[in-house]
Write a protein that binds this ligand. Structure first.
Ligand code: UGB
Length: 462
């Protein structure tokens, strides 16, 4: 009898084939679901893109030129992650911007994580005004310092919205949530010499960003009154002294100065067409605790302590370079004075209803100090000798001399600087060594040096 055929191999082969079919069909299923997922994501992104283009619905006043500005940073607005734009976020925005005193202001402070912005935000909050911050936390200088300022403000219940000035949808959203009475516009690309390295950043912040803010402010109802940061650098090659608001400002020496001057002209236009109340403040080399690491007094301190050589500029004709260094507390008083005397904007819904206030003020110390003296004061406070490398000022946009006449600000809101450079730098160094945890390195003798130095220093304040 023939033995039955051996089917075990056929059965094994069939099982194997059916296994392969199952695996393949699962793979096919996975591949097709991946494809479906990607297609859905693509459609969602396209929808978000178009939604952002049209969100919020543009009023007739936003049409045309403003349109592209609304989209410059659409991604940051499109992906309002982490609850931004949600109920909890709106609650935070409202809480921060609600005044705690009768007839208090509700102020949007742009550049709130910056040097002057953080000081002004705190001062406004302390007297009972509502403050909402806006800052893009860019890395022009160490962002961890900006984060530390943010943490300080948070302790005082000041919330900073993280967004760029060019983020139209975000700004419009903020004005939808809060009827700001004032804007203190301090966000900018600062620094005179950096403009040669990154010119576009000055155009993006100081011109495009400013115009975006003005577009949204003019369309807001109520329109806010705006106080904003211009600069002493607008005087450029002006040779009349001390600098008065009546002097010519059509010879800027740097692109930074040119963008600030452009801001002054742009302010004129928005005041003229839309009835926005606008006050520009020309700050003169502001310094102090929580200052900007890109400024000379700040990096001189760092370099002197590290034993590094510092470049001290002199003019092309071998004269000392001097600045009207102005202490932060004086500047804060000036900013609050300007806000307190700012009249209401007259327009509404983008239409001018009558003439509105347009002002420009110098905020300086009225007492220029040569950079060499600044270095001597720091040497005394730090108890260290600076390794000075005195060189002719490179062609980098610097001007040889600044000196403010502040009689207009004194007359209109009582601005009177009270801090001389030695006292102000002392407060700066105290903050610096504490912030960077190097108190022990700056020995006690520095206070003795300071006393000796003060007895030799000429009177510097006005
Ligand atoms: O009032 C303003 O509107 C501007 O003020 C500030 O500009 P400036 O007055 O140029 O300050 P800052 O750089 O600290 O140089 C101080 C001095 O040190 C000299 N300087 C500088 C660098 C160096 O290596 N050596 C040196 O001698 C230099 O020649 C100068 O004489 C702000 O940065 C700017 O954002 C803007 O707000």
């Amino acid at each position: 009898m023939a033995s039955p055929p051996d089917t075990s191999k056929t059965i094994k082969l069939e099982r194997y084939n059916s296994y392969l079919r199952r695996v393949n069909s699962t793979k096919l299923l996975n591949a097709s679901s991946k494809l479906l997922f990607r297609a859905t994501l693509l459609v969602a992104l396209v929808l978000i893109f178009f939604f952002t283009l049209n969100y919020p619905p543009l009023s007739s006043d936003h049409a045309g030129g403003a349109h592209h500005l609304h989209n410059t940073n659409f991604l940051s607005s499109a992906f309002y992650g982490g609850g931004v734009g949600g109920t909890a976020w709106e609650k935070q925005v409202r809480h921060s911007s609600t005044p705690k005193r009768p007839n208090g202001m509700s102020v949007l402070v742009t550049g709130a994580a910056g040097f002057i912005g953080s000081h002004c935000s705190l001062a406004l909050k302390k007297r009972g005004d509502g403050v909402l911050g806006l800052d893009n936390f860019n890395s022009y200088y160490d962002p961890s310092l900006k984060r530390a300022r943010q943490a300080m403000l948070k302790k005082h219940e000041i919330f900073i919205v993280e967004a760029d000035l060019n983020d139209g949808p975000m700004l419009t959203k903020l004005f939808d949530v809060v009827p700001f009475t004032h804007v203190l516009h301090l966000a900018a690309q600062a620094g005179v010499r950096y403009a040669m390295q990154n010119p576009q950043s000055y155009v993006a912040s100081n011109i495009a960003g400013f115009v975006n803010l003005l577009e949204i402010s003019k369309a807001a109802n109520p329109q806010p009154s705006i106080v904003w940061a211009s600069s002493s650098s607008v005087y450029g090659l002006n040779t009349e002294n001390p600098f008065s608001e009546l002097h010519r400002t059509d010879q800027p020496a740097s692109l930074y100065a040119a963008t600030k001057k452009a801001g002054e002209e742009i302010a004129h236009t928005y005041n003229h067409i839309y009835g926005l109340s606008l006050t520009g403040l020309r700050f003169f080399t502001v310094y102090g605790p929580w200052g900007r690491p890109d400024m000379a007094y700040f990096f001189f301190t760092k370099d002197i302590l590290q034993g590094k050589t510092i470049d001290v500029y002199k003019t092309v004709d071998d004269k000392e370079v001097a600045r009207d260094f102005t202490y932060i507390d004086d500047i804060v008083k000036g900013c609050l004075g300007a806000l307190d005397t700012a009249e209401k904007s007259t327009g509404s819904g983008g239409k001018k209803k009558g003439p509105a206030q347009l002002r420009i003020y110098n905020l300086g110390n009225t007492s220029p100090v040569p950079v060499g003296n600044l270095v001597s004061i720091l040497e005394g406070l730090l108890n260290s000798k600076a390794k000075k490398h005195v060189i002719k000022m490179p062609r980098n946009g610097d001007v040889p001399y600044t000196h403010a006449n502040v009689s207009l600000a004194l007359h209109d809101f009582g601005y009177k600087p009270t801090t001389d450079l030695a006292s102000g730098l002392r407060k700066f160094v105290k903050w610096y060594v504490s912030y960077y945890g190097i108190e022990s390195r700056v020995k006690k003798e520095s206070s003795n040096n300071y006393k000796n130095m003060m007895s030799q220093q000429p009177e510097e304040s006005a």
